[in-house]
Design a protein around this ligand. Structure first.
Ligand SMILES: [Zn+2]
Length: 237
């Protein structure tokens, strides 16, 4: 029998590094033009059924004081008590995906574009090696994901994938770290832009499943990408 996992207090110093990384992740997504006034990143608390995310604030305006801690039912556990509108995205995905540490939801231009086009967003560069050869699934539900019912439907559409596009809305991306989910979200946008350009010239020579496997095997942890994106952050007042 395992005992219930301990949830650290919001102000516990052991969370300082994770909180700072979450704020940095939000600023990177803003700096890279992925988010506008909306979108959020979350991180699961190690070993606990709870997560940290930003408290109904634009990612570009995120600060340590504007984070919130919630459990996977959405109950408030600490921090600024204004949950983001679409908190069920994080809670519902983490509930059914114990392998997921971090979740990112954005209204990315490129994800939204391919959520409504007749063709799928299929990988055509090795940056897309976390996508299936046939392209990511698409959540068809209308409306913001403000209820657990919609969150569960989104998580079902995601399945065991790393990405689900959300029709006429944006995307949800998952990963095993904040660094990975941020890099995946940025790369997803790059793949969208590249696919859009390629499609202007006819049918692209997309990567095949076995080729994606080879690129996956060659991939390393994206620490270098994270350092690069941090280096591009200017001073924020
Ligand atoms: Zn949204």
């Amino acid at each position: 029998m395992s005992s219930a996992p301990r949830v650290p207090a919001f102000d516990a110093s052991e969370l300082n590094e994770l909180k700072q990384k979450l704020v940095t992740a939000c600023h990177i997504l803003d700096r890279e033009g992925i988010t506008d006034g909306y979108g959020h990143v979350s991180v699961r608390l190690p070993g606990a059924a709870a997560f940290l995310t930003i408290a109904n604030v634009s990612p570009g305006c995120a600060t340590l004081e504007r984070l919130i801690m919630q459990d996977l039912e959405g109950n408030y556990l600490g921090g600024a008590n204004t949950p983001p509108n679409e908190w069920p995205i994080h809670a519902c995905v983490m509930k059914v995906r114990p392998d997921v540490t971090s979740v990112c939801h954005t209204h990315s231009l490129w994800s939204t574009l391919f959520s409504v086009l007749p063709m799928k967003l299929r990988p055509l560069h090795h940056y897309g090696n976390f996508l299936p050869a046939g392209g990511p699934p698409i959540y068809q539900g209308a409306g913001l994901v403000r209820t657990v019912e919609r969150g569960d439907a989104l998580a079902a559409a995601l399945g065991d994938a790393a990405v689900v596009l959300m029709r006429a809305h944006g995307d949800t991306v998952v990963g095993d770290s904040i660094e990975q989910v941020v890099q995946r979200t940025i790369r997803l946008a790059k793949i969208g832009e590249l696919a859009h350009l390629a499609l202007l010239h006819g049918e692209p020579d997309y990567l095949k499943a076995e080729e994606l496997e080879i690129f996956r095997a060659d991939s390393k942890f994206p620490a270098r990408g994270w350092e690069y994106y941090v280096s591009r952050l200017g001073p924020r007042s």
